[in-house]
Design a protein around this ligand. Structure first.
Ligand code: GAL
Length: 386
């Protein structure tokens, strides 16, 4: 009898424990789900060619904000503190959808199918010759005028993720802008509590094609629209860069940075040597070149603004990074808060492959075959130095 009671008591205690455990699990799961759901706010932003466009606001644990839009799967706002805790947006963008559509096509956008230039818009693959739309002098730039920066992507906030996460998807039809193959692209942005923008790319194709994707965010660590970036200190872990001709097409030479104004293996401000009488600076009208990444360390490039203490670190698995310092900005674009984006007021570190690789068999290959998945990750991490 006593045993029975004891058994019953134990059973009861067991039941209570199991119920408590289940309740705790449920509570944690709900908390996690509601946390990630509230951390991503999705609002209707506009309509483009009959498709609704959304604005997605991702807020992390410290209340820092990343804003994305499904038009071009763009980053339009990154709000991070300086060394005194003052928060400011450090990337180029526009206040309204209309101004974004009329504005610069690339601010913060995902660029594809082929980021950067393809000479004369021509390449051959599998015995076929392909011709792309020319939109940059004699060349094709950034996937052509109707590239991935200018289309509406499907988007979903990933409510099960640890950090605020948004998935963008786009089906790029066969021969879009002249490129072969139906390509299904997914770009996933994650905004971590460590102020990292993680960008994951996944692309598949049903035919042999070429692919080079990037994000084209412009950064100014003073805050977007606050002066130029010539005082930003830059490090790029690259001992060579891709030399170009006057139309910014690679000559084929991978030139050593040593002893040139392209040596950023140690910190240098962007402006320090930008006016040096050096052929590649003349041809690029400043820095507008792909650096050949060593990919040996976790961090591939850093940008530091001594005045605010803001630091941006760039990590990628890609073989190159295009360092462009806003040489074509002229103040005609007025962005957030009506601020003009003047000459050299923003810099880009576009991770990816080298320009015109389909015409340079000795460059790392950019061919995507059916059955393969192009999978790649780039991270922009923000912090401060005191
Ligand atoms: C960059 C490119 C520049 C310019 C810019 C868009 O990726 O390197 O030459 O075309 O995009 O304005």
């Amino acid at each position: 009898m006593r045993e029975k009671i004891m058994n019953r008591k134990m059973k009861k205690t067991g039941l209570i424990l199991i119920t408590m455990f289940a309740a705790a699990l449920l509570f944690t799961a709900c908390k996690q789900a509601s946390k990630s759901m509230t951390m991503v706010k999705k609002e209707l932003y506009g309509n483009y060619k009959g498709k609704d466009v959304y604005l997605l606001t991702l807020t992390n644990k410290d209340g820092n904000v990343l804003k994305l839009t499904s038009f071009g799967a763009r980053i339009t706002w990154i709000e991070v503190p300086d060394r005194n805790g003052k928060k400011e947006n450090v990337t180029f963008g526009y206040d309204t959808f209309d101004s974004m559509v009329k504005g610069d096509p690339y601010f913060g956008a995902i660029v594809g199918r082929y980021a950067n230039r393809i000479a004369k818009g021509k390449f051959s693959l599998g015995g076929n010759d392909y011709s792309l739309t020319l939109n940059n002098g004699p060349n094709s730039l950034h996937g052509g005028p109707g590239g991935w920066h200018s289309v509406v992507w499907d988007c979903i906030a990933d409510s099960g993720a640890k950090y605020p996460t948004v998935r963008f998807r786009y089906h790029s039809p066969d021969m879009e802008e002249g490129y072969p193959g139906n390509v299904d692209a997914e770009v996933v942005y994650t905004w971590t509590d460590q102020n990292e923008v993680i960008i994951d790319y996944n692309c598949v194709s049903d035919k042999k094609t070429v692919l080079n994707v990037t994000n084209h965010a412009y950064f100014n660590l003073h805050g977007a629209g606050n002066g130029n970036i010539l005082d930003h200190e830059l490090v790029i872990k690259a001992s060579r860069f891709v030399a170009v001709d006057s139309t910014l097409i690679p000559t084929g030479e991978l030139r050593k940075v040593e002893g040139t104004p392209f040596d950023f293996t140690k910190p240098h401000t962007v402006g320090e040597r930008i006016n040096d009488a050096y052929d590649q600076l003349k041809l690029g009208i400043g820095y507008d070149h792909t650096f050949v990444l060593e990919n040996t360390e976790l961090i591939d490039a850093t940008v530091y603004d001594p005045s605010t203490g803001r630091l941006m670190e760039v990590m990628t698995d890609q073989p190159g990074v295009q360092f462009y310092c806003g040489n074509f900005l002229d103040g005609k674009q007025t962005g957030h808060g009506g601020k003009p984006y003047v000459y050299r007021s923003g810099l880009c570190l576009e991770t990816g492959h080298f320009p015109d690789s389909p015409n340079h068999p000795d460059f790392p290959e950019t061919v995507l075959r059916p059955g393969e998945t192009f999978a790649s990750r780039t991270i922009y991490r923000f912090s401060v130095r005191q």
